[in-house]
Design a protein around this ligand. Structure first.
Ligand code: NCD
Length: 325
């Protein structure tokens, strides 16, 4: 078993490490089908959920994952904490260290905050990025890859990558850490990635990404992708007008019933949630048998169990702990 020190992004995650997480997640998913879902694996370990940004499913998912491994969980949300009184990330981190945190799951509005925490020397805990600004959201990409692999290979998934699978990611790529994490991970696993968005929502640095760009959703659907990943329009991150009206966006880039029908047999529809029904995705698409939205949520717990397990189970060599300080 590889021991992971932190999970900060997918850009630097190797194929072997990614497959190990996905395969351990398969084992975790098997345990979640049992009547008693709780495993004793992380008894005595403490996981802190440190959320500086709103989140429902990601925080609950990490909490469920940690509890099912019998870890103690401390939920720390920035609202109502000393952070709103101006306490710095350093002071917060040092408080967690003094409380004996073994892993810190952090969501932060600033891109790079998890790396700062991991490399600062303020804490010895392993750090998991649960979404930082518009940078990355690695466990989301891992649960998406797990979901695509499971729908493609079923019980035969273990050990397989996504070689040759075509994934089209649609929507607000500019503001999406989910898109960035998916681009890197899908590429590492051998998938072919196409991004579809209005020109205003395509990031400027995209020329260095291993993707194709298409500005026309109907054209991209006609190409017959195996998976279509719809992104949420992140109105809270938009300081300017990136499209004329919501109606116009929906008409050109929304997954409506007509486009759903045009998808090739067997292709699936993903969405990380929370969905803006009627904007980027219609109710027909969200609730159709092609939609994996609820599978993604369930798989998210298994994937986060795998990540916490690989981070915390077993003994970390003392030297590695020293190095990381
Ligand atoms: C995503 C996020 O917060 O980055 N959601 C999530 O983790 N479930 C995507 C989004 O907010 O659109």
């Amino acid at each position: 078993m590889t021991v992971m020190r932190h999970l900060l992004d997918t850009q630097h995650l190797s194929r072997a490490a990614a497959l190990e997480i996905l395969d351990v997640a398969e084992d975790m998913a098997d345990t979640q089908r049992r009547e008693v879902k709780k495993l004793p694996t992380l008894r005595g370990r403490t996981v802190v959920n440190l959320f500086f940004e709103d989140s429902t499913r990601t925080r609950i998912s990490f909490e469920a994952a940690a509890k099912r491994l019998s870890a103690d969980v401390i939920n720390f949300s920035a609202k109502g904490s000393s952070v709103s009184k101006g306490e710095s990330l350093q002071d917060t981190a040092q408080t967690l260290q003094a409380m004996g945190a073994d892993a810190v799951v952090i969501r932060h509005g600033a891109s790079g905050a998890p790396r700062t925490l991991a490399t600062s020397g303020w804490i010895t805990a392993g750090v998991v990025n649960a979404g930082d600004g518009t940078h990355e959201h690695p466990t989301q990409a891992l649960l998406d890859a797990f979901t695509i692999r499971k729908r493609t290979y079923g019980d035969d998934s273990r050990g397989r990558d996504l070689d040759g699978i075509r994934v089209t990611i649609v929507g607000d790529v500019l503001h999406s850490r989910v898109a960035r994490s998916n681009v890197w991970l899908l590429h590492t696993l051998g998938a072919q990635v196409t991004l579809v968005a209005p020109p205003t929502l395509v990031p400027q640095d995209v020329s260095g990404w291993p993707v194709e760009i298409d500005y026309d959703l109907d054209h991209a659907i006609a190409a017959g992708p195996d998976a279509l990943m719809m992104l949420r329009i992140q109105l809270e991150r938009m300081s300017a007008a990136y499209f004329p009206t919501e109606r116009e966006y929906s008409r050109r880039y929304g997954l409506d019933a007509r486009r759903l029908d045009a998808l090739a047999d067997g292709s699936i529809v993903l969405h990380p949630g929370p969905m803006n029904r009627g904007l980027e995705i219609s109710a027909e698409a969200a609730d159709s048998p092609r939609s994996t939205v609820l599978e993604q949520v369930a798989n998210g717990v298994s994937v986060r169990m795998a990540v916490l397990y690989l981070l915390l189970a077993g003994e970390r060599p003392e030297t590695e702990r020293e190095d990381a300080r």
